[in-house]
Design a protein around this ligand. Structure first.
Ligand SMILES: [Zn+2]
Length: 201
């Protein structure tokens, strides 16, 4: 690719440019490999937890839509999240890990209620859109409000997927696929460890 770069000041400068390029490419590759080795899904969830204002729709515990509000994004350090979260939730929500199928507490739950973010309490899903996907992960055909989840293209395991995270705090929740039931045809495949169920009373 460097052959196409105009070489205005002679070969010396071109050689330096090439060497710098190769060195940084090597470092980037090494970093990417290390990153992959540590946790395969982390890239999509990283680099987003910066202070800012987000728009979400608030819901009561009974599932009543309350108001659309602009609030500051919840940003905490890994250390703070680790202290706050139950065991098993930190790696999944903050570093985009995935729980084993059939290992979570909600894949087979059929109670009526809503599912909030384990990290920030943002209302994410309702039992009314939950369905048995046969995957071993809690699955929904729609979020409670589209504003409350963020969907980002994720190619970290060599296949194209759409990662789903919490708008309010950037917690990784799972992925969404297009093989779900009607009416949306979507399957939000979530980690139980990212959710907190609030039973309808
Ligand atoms: Zn959240």
């Amino acid at each position: 690719m460097f052959e196409s770069v105009p070489d205005q000041d002679g070969k010396g400068e071109e050689k330096v440019g090439r060497r710098v390029f190769l060195a940084s490419a090597g470092a980037a590759l090494g970093g990417a490999l290390l990153w992959h080795w540590r946790t395969p899904h982390v890239i999509a969830a990283a680099a987003k937890s910066e202070p800012g204002i987000v728009t979400i729709v608030q819901f009561s515990d009974a599932g009543k839509r309350l108001a659309k509000v602009k609030i500051p994004r919840v940003v905490k350090t890994d250390e703070e999240w680790r202290k706050q979260l139950p065991p098993g939730s930190f790696g999944i929500t903050r570093h985009a890990d995935t729980e084993f199928a059939y290992s979570g507490k909600y894949w087979n739950l059929h109670d009526k209620g809503l599912y909030r973010c384990i990290c920030c309490d943002n209302a994410l899903f309702s039992s009314s859109t939950k369905f048995d996907s046969g995957t071993g992960w809690p699955s929904f055909w729609a979020p409670l409000a589209q504003e409350n989840v963020r969907e980002v293209r994720d190619t970290t395991i060599g296949m194209e997927r759409i990662a789903v995270s919490c708008t309010e705090c950037d917690a990784h929740l799972g992925h969404v696929f297009d093989d779900g039931p009607r009416p949306t045809g979507l399957r939000y495949c979530m980690n139980s460890a990212s959710l907190r169920f609030v039973k309808a009373v």
